[in-house]
Design a protein around this ligand. Structure first.
Ligand code: GLY
Length: 385
């Protein structure tokens, strides 16, 4: 990867990583014991490590960020805090309802990463428990992994699958490889095939939620989910899709997944070029033209996913995706990063969902994917997904 990057890009990337390393050393010291999701009004991390929030789907990203920073700097504080995060997450295994399809987001950046480095049995055990739980969510009627558990309201989510789940499949690919047992991979492939057929539109845009009849597997309808409306194009959903299908290609070698990842990426790049030439990413590519709500997490995840595609292609085919990834990261670096020591977050203007009351705040996975993407370009990233 490094030899595809120009000298001037290498320079700002290395400068950004050094600012991140300096800042996050201070941030990790002053937030010991926490598992953050966002920041408070003073810019300090909140804490999701308590009983009430320990099952929150983003709880693996702080651990993953710490492992990436440990790789970047070799500083013990990062490793110590990453391990503390992983230990605390054990409580989630005792809450059946808190175990949802985001097992990959939670245990790939924590237990699987650590197990790959240290071969310790506790991390392996946790990662296999998480993989078995994820596999148990597979519905043979319709060949999909059920996304969420019921929310205690009148919505029946039994037949719901979401595009985000493509990013959880590497936990199943890993378990198959680790155990020499094809069952997990077979489930991942069956889900990926369903997602390819039912989520990807002709133009390369992607649905967020698809509802199936859980008893027959019949496709019932799609939902706007975290996007603007039905038929729209939630930017983070597009990023999960292009990244996730590239990963299914990486783990299976099946070209159809790479073609799907490229189809979504081509759509995203054409939306950015035509509507958002500053490469500051909106919450939905089809939000009204006069709404300028942003989601920096989508920018960071798209960039990291595009780099994954670059790694699957020959140089001539890859430059379009690499250029777009660098433009996205450069736009974040120049306009949406807080490298100061006062605030705990790096990325600004992250948005969880279009119709939420709150928009444009700090979100931990934005920082995780921003760092991951820069480190991929720098050739120093740990493989997490
Ligand atoms: N996976 C949920 C989200 O992207 O917000």
């Amino acid at each position: 990867m490094k030899n595809l990057i120009t000298a001037s890009d290498k320079e700002w990337i290395s400068e950004a990583l050094s600012r991140i390393a300096d800042k996050m050393t201070v941030v990790a010291q002053r937030n010991q014991g926490k598992i953050p999701y966002t920041t408070d009004e003073s810019g300090r991390f909140d804490d999701h490590s308590g009983k009430k929030d320990i099952c929150w789907w983003t709880n693996g990203f702080w651990g993953g960020e710490l492992w990436q920073l440990y790789k970047l700097t070799g500083k013990d504080i990062f490793k110590q805090e990453a391990i503390a995060t992983e230990d605390k997450m054990d409580a989630a295994f005792m809450d059946y309802n808190g175990m949802d399809h985001d097992a990959g987001f939670r245990w790939l950046p924590t237990s699987v990463v650590r197990y790959k480095m240290e071969k310790n049995p506790e991390s392996k055990n946790r990662a296999l428990l998480a993989a078995a739980n994820l596999a148990g969510r597979f519905n043979l009627n319709g060949n999909f992994i059920r996304a969420w558990n019921d929310w205690g309201d009148d919505r029946d989510t039994t037949g719901w699958a979401i595009i985000d789940c493509m990013m959880n499949l590497p936990l199943l690919y890993w378990a198959s490889e680790e155990l020499g047992d094809t069952r997990f991979k077979a489930i991942a492939v069956a889900h990926a095939d369903t997602a390819m057929k039912c989520f990807i539109r002709e133009d390369g845009s992607v649905r967020h939620i698809v509802g199936f009849d859980p008893a027959t597997g019949q496709y019932l309808r799609d939902y706007a989910g975290q996007g603007y409306k039905e038929g729209s194009s939630w930017t983070r959903g597009q990023s999960w899709a292009l990244y996730g299908f590239a990963l299914s290609y990486k783990y299976t070698g099946d070209e159809k997944y790479l073609k799907t990842a490229m189809k979504v990426a081509d759509y995203v790049i054409s939306e950015l070029d035509s509507k958002y030439p500053d490469y500051l990413v909106p919450v939905d590519y089809r939000q009204p033209a006069d709404v300028r709500l942003e989601d920096s997490t989508a920018a960071a995840i798209t960039a990291s996913g595009l780099i994954e595609i670059v790694e699957c292609l020959d140089k001539e085919l890859s430059h379009k995706y690499l250029d777009a990834a660098i433009r996205l990261l450069r736009a974040l670096n120049d306009n949406r990063c807080d490298y100061s020591l006062d605030k705990d977050n790096i990325l600004e203007k992250c948005t969880a969902a279009y119709h939420d009351a709150k928009h444009e705040f700090a979100i931990i996975y934005g920082d995780y994917y921003y760092i991951e993407a820069l480190m991929k370009l720098d050739g120093s990233a740990l493989t997490v997904f």
